[in-house]
Design a protein around this ligand. Structure first.
Ligand SMILES: Nc1nc2c(ncn2[C@@H]2O[C@H](COP(=O)(O)OP(=O)(O)OP(=O)(O)O)[C@@H](O)[C@H]2O)c(=O)[nH]1
Ligand SMILES: [Mg+2]
Length: 335
């Protein structure tokens, strides 16, 4: 499994078309004036955000992408045609880096914006432009200008507010499915989710993006399971929800929590320093919605030196307590 969240592209804007050298030729006008038109502008390369996209996989096999050249001007003062712009669509949160200097050019966070990457060359001037009182028959033109070209690296770190972390089968995708319009695959086997899914939820008048990533297991930081490479997708989220699964037949919830936080720490200490909510999921399968399990887990956690915001029992399936989770998550901490 190789999830592409990076791409290297050489992009070239179009060149401007050349100006035209031409003189009017008409009956009864033996020496017509200059009428060579200007060349058209080259197309630019522009990046735009497509909110429906969540990977850069489309760019995997593309190496060089070029916008169209402008065409040359022609006689009778006709200008050349402008080359068409090349629009590249990327997922929200894509970072564009100039590969040669390793500097970030844009952080594509605004879906309404055009991010200009390479500007098309201006068209050249036709000889009609150079007519003056002292030169009625100029033979001068200028060629079109070259378009910019640049090698860029696209990097996608997901732009979510909340990241979902848990063992395989903990119910992360079920949760995302029931609270947002996203339709991630759900399965009663581990590693159903192979790449991150993003969903948007509305909470009163605000919306938040939730990232569901593949499940983690012990040793993920040394490459076991699907590994921890997906954790970079939640490196910029403000909060994490750690999903604990009371139905996990092998690992009890306290150990799940310890293993998960250890793997997060191994990847990046900053992950553990985020605001963390803990949920005991699947409470529809527990007596009294898991109140006993929650209390006992709280007691066990108080012995550990762990900072978390709140521990709740929920069911992604029936949505029990999901409202309370959102109240706690969005009201206090994110709003
Ligand atoms: N009873 C009950 N079952 C649930 C609940 N949430 C998830 N499940 C079941 O648990 C199994 C795993 O659910 P997923 O949502 O695919 O779990 P996941 O955490 O996304 O798993 P991976 O993608 O493998 O990491 C499925 O069989 C779900 O139907 C819940 O709240 N209650
Ligand atoms: Mg899943």
């Amino acid at each position: 499994m190789n999830f592409i969240d990076e791409a290297l592209l050489e992009v070239r804007a179009g060149n401007g078309g050349s100006g035209c050298l031409s003189f009017r030729r008409e009956k009864y006008i033996p020496r017509g004036g200059p009428d060579g038109g200007d060349g058209g502008k080259g197309g630019s390369v522009i990046i735009k955000v497509d909110q429906g996209m969540n990977t850069l996989i489309d760019y995997q096999n593309k190496k060089v992408l070029a916008a169209k050249n402008g065409t040359s001007g022609s006689g009778r003062n006709r200008s050349g045609q402008d080359g068409e712009n090349l629009i590249l669509l990327v997922p929200l949160g894509t970072v564009i880096i100039d590969d040669s200097s390793d500097t970030t050019i844009y952080d594509c966070s605004d879906p309404s914006k055009d991010y200009l990457i390479a500007k098309g060359g201006d068209g050249g001037h036709g000889n009609a432009r150079f007519k003056s009182s002292t030169n009625q028959a100029p033979r001068k033109i200028t060629p079109g200008y070259e378009g910019d070209s640049i090698t860029i690296r696209l990097e996608l770190r997901s732009f979510a507010d909340v990241g979902l972390v848990g063992f395989p089968n903990a119910g992360k995708s079920t949760f995302l499915n029931s609270v947002s319009a996203a339709k991630p695959k759900i399965g009663d086997y581990p590693f159903t989710t192979l790449k991150p899914n993003l969903g948007t939820i509305k909470y009163f008048d605000k919306s938040y993006v939730i990232a569901d990533i593949p499940g983690l297991i012990e040793g993920a930081s040394s490459g076991l399971g699907l590994g921890i490479k997906f954790l970079k997708h939640i490196s910029r989220t403000k909060s994490l929800i750690i999903f604990l699964d009371p139905e996990n037949p092998e690992i009890e919830m306290l150990d799940q929590f310890k293993i998960l936080t250890k793997e997060l720490l191994e990847f990046d200490k900053a992950l553990i320093e985020k605001k963390i909510w803990i949920v005991v999921n699947k409470n529809d399968l527990l007596e009294e919605n898991g109140s006993a399990e929650a209390e006992s887990l709280k007691g066990q956690l108080s012995d550990l030196d762990i900072n978390y915001q709140e521990l709740l029992t929920i069911s992604g399936y029936t949505r029990n307590n999901v409202e309370e989770l959102f109240n706690s998550l969005f009201n206090e901490k994110l709003a």
